[in-house]
Design a protein around this ligand. Structure first.
Ligand SMILES: [Zn+2]
Length: 301
């Protein structure tokens, strides 16, 4: 992907990353390039700088918005979702070397128990198994036998699960692990899975260039929740960040972040908890008039 082509005089861009790893090793895992190779990541950031890119923080975006002032031309921000340990150990040193600020939105249950997301639990199970036949809620005969068919099946699972509120994502992941004869697995030390612990979150937040924000407690799609569940996801995640890492987040990002994943009532609730800026994962750029709860991001691959 050509990152620098996104730079514009009168718009700013927010890049969305998840992880950075030393090098890609898996056959199927990380086929979506959720985690980028370190050299590639560093190269892309250098390209942005040499193309006249102006790195800004999410705080800069908030303060310019409050003042009604546009950001400098060709501004870009770097954000990471979910809380992977490689954000601290691999990405942060690269960003620090280039003096590029970044915001890291962490899912508090992932931090509490080094928990994997439902999609990583499914990717792991399918990577571990040479071939298999799965009974899925929408079809009974999902067969996979090589890297291509595994990737196709994972794409299909992502598509269905993210759009169907009746599917309980982690129940499906556990069921798939069981169907493939694997132990029910929620955590792993693999750097594609390993999350920061609280000390590591606090260390990242303590760096002058970096800020930590919230990203729900369990990574549930907020718009699929009851009012009580929603309150818990937001309030509990903020409380854990405060108590364990001395983070008082005014920054948050919506899990999955697509248009159907959040709403005006969710935004009102975040505001009641003093959240001030919450980017989506809807593809696009922003300008001085873009609402701080509808900021668009570009998935960096
Ligand atoms: Zn996420």
């Amino acid at each position: 992907m050509d990152y620098a082509q996104h730079l514009q005089e009168d718009k700013f861009v927010i890049f969305l990353f998840h992880g950075v790893i030393e090098k890609q090793v898996a056959q199927v895992r990380n086929y979506t390039r959720k985690h980028l190779e370190k050299d590639y990541f560093a190269g892309k950031l250098k390209e942005l700088i040499s193309a006249g890119g102006n790195p800004v923080s999410m705080d800069d975006i908030a303060s310019h918005h409050a003042a009604g002032e546009p950001l400098p031309p060709r501004s870009f921000a770097v954000t990471f979702d979910d809380g992977f340990l490689n954000n601290l150990t691999v990405a942060a040193p690269v960003l620090a070397d280039l003096s590029i600020p970044a915001t890291f939105y962490v899912t508090t249950d992932f931090i509490q128990s080094n928990r994997m997301s439902w999609v990583d639990r499914i990717e792991w199970a399918i990577e571990e198994t040479a071939s298999g036949l799965l009974h899925l809620p929408w079809r009974n005969d999902a067969h996979f036998s090589d890297a291509d068919s595994k990737r196709q099946l994972l794409d299909e699972i992502r598509r269905h699960v993210k759009s169907d509120r009746k599917i309980r994502m982690d129940d499906l992941a556990s069921d798939i692990q069981r169907q493939l004869g694997l132990p029910e697995t929620w955590a792993s030390e693999n750097l594609l899975d390993r999350k920061m612990d609280w000390d590591e979150v606090a260390r990242l937040h303590g760096h002058p260039l970096f800020v930590v924000g919230g990203h729900s407690h369990s990574h549930a799609i907020l718009s699929f929740l009851t009012e009580d569940e929603l309150e818990y996801e937001i309030a509990h995640s903020l409380e854990l960040l405060r108590d364990n890492a001395a983070v008082s987040p005014k920054h948050y990002s919506y899990p999955e972040g697509l248009a159907h994943c959040y709403s005006e009532s969710i935004i009102a609730r975040l505001k009641r908890h003093d959240v001030q800026v919450c980017p989506s994962a809807i593809d696009g750029k922003n300008d001085a008039s873009t609402d701080l709860f509808h900021l668009r991001r570009i998935m960096a691959v």
